[in-house]
Design a protein around this ligand. Structure first.
Ligand code: GRG
Length: 298
């Protein structure tokens, strides 16, 4: 990873962390337990890639990215909810995430379920409050709410996760793995960049190009996750290695093998960078981020 993207990621990550702290209350009152469980996962060391992509999407179209950090944080609320529910015993039954015990291991299954629900619903409070406080136009607000609801619902992340679960233990199938990955992970990643471009004031061509970019890197991101589940190191990824294979998950390495998966990944990154060729230097973070996505070790 080059120094400039490392610096960019550090800078944006700390800005996102600070804003998340402003948005998320300290546990207090009768509902303190669920707030504590929400805080536990929200502040457990994620890369914050979705909010950073949203900010970079706005920067690419010369938008006022500093102004939309609160909105960008809503994506991290949704992502955090999905991780908590994904780790539950009735879903993937994982004990560790980011090197720490998973939410249900600390707070119990019922509280973890509610913490996930609390984070998902709070994301939409965060979005609405952002729109009200910043005086964003109704059309833009409704457009981004629609996009995020779509990307995280059955048409996106939830749909992908449902197919992921129902195809466990089945034979390798390229169409199925493509569906799972583009929906489970790709949809929210694409929505992150695209909503940044919408709120940043991009024109329709720019928004479409950034959406295509997001879809390509979103798929590459999940393939990288699959590869890390085979070749990664537990002390770096913070998760069990080899768990996908032992559960019979439909992954890119299972369907195509490791080398072909890496080749597909490189092709997706080339396509993503090509999609944003028309952008000036304002899109350099997106170009560097695309490469980072497949070079990452966690
Ligand atoms: C079935 C009850 C039930 C819930 C499902 C919708 C859902 C919950 C899960 C979606 C699947 C999921 C967790 C997709 C994301 C996969 C992924 C690549 C996670 C890791 O993202 P990173 O690398 O994680 O951005 P960090 O730790 O950096 O935040």
């Amino acid at each position: 990873m080059t120094q400039r993207i490392e610096r960019y990621l550090d800078e944006k990550k700390s800005c996102v962390e600070n804003t998340l702290k402003e948005l998320m209350p300290e546990p207090s009152g009768l509902a303190a337990d669920v707030i504590k469980a929400m805080n536990y996962t929200l502040f457990s060391g994620g890369k914050r890639i979705r909010p950073i992509l949203c900010i970079a999407g706005a920067e690419a179209v010369h938008g006022d990215a500093d102004n939309l950090v609160r909105f960008a944080c809503s994506l991290e609320f949704i992502h955090s909810y999905s991780l908590i529910h994904d780790d539950l015993p009735i879903v993937d039954n994982d004990d560790f995430r980011r090197g720490r015990p998973t939410n249900h291991k600390v707070f119990g299954e019922a509280m973890a379920l509610l913490a996930g629900d609390g984070l998902l619903t709070m994301a939409f409070n965060v979005i609405a409050r952002f729109g009200i406080e910043k005086g964003i136009g109704n059309t833009e607000m409704l457009r981004v709410i629609d996009m995020i609801g779509y990307a995280s619902g059955y048409q996106g992340m939830v749909g992908g996760q449902a197919v992921d679960i129902s195809y466990e233990g089945k034979d390798p199938d390229p169409n199925v793995v493509n569906f799972i990955h583009t929906h489970k992970t790709g949809a929210l990643i694409a929505a992150s960049v695209t909503t940044g471009a919408i709120l940043g004031g991009g024109n329709e061509d720019e928004i479409n190009s950034l959406n295509q970019y997001g879809q390509n890197i979103g798929l590459a991101f999940q393939i990288a996750d699959d590869i890390l589940n085979v070749e990664g190191e537990k002390n770096i990824t913070g998760k069990e290695v080899g768990s996908d294979a032992s559960r019979g998950k439909i992954t890119y390495p299972y369907v195509f093998g490791i080398e072909e998966s890496k080749k597909i990944q490189r092709g997706l990154i080339d396509r993503a960078i090509n999609e944003i060729a028309v952008f000036s230097n304002s899109a350099w973070p997106l170009r560097d981020l695309a490469r980072y996505i497949i070079e990452r070790d966690k």
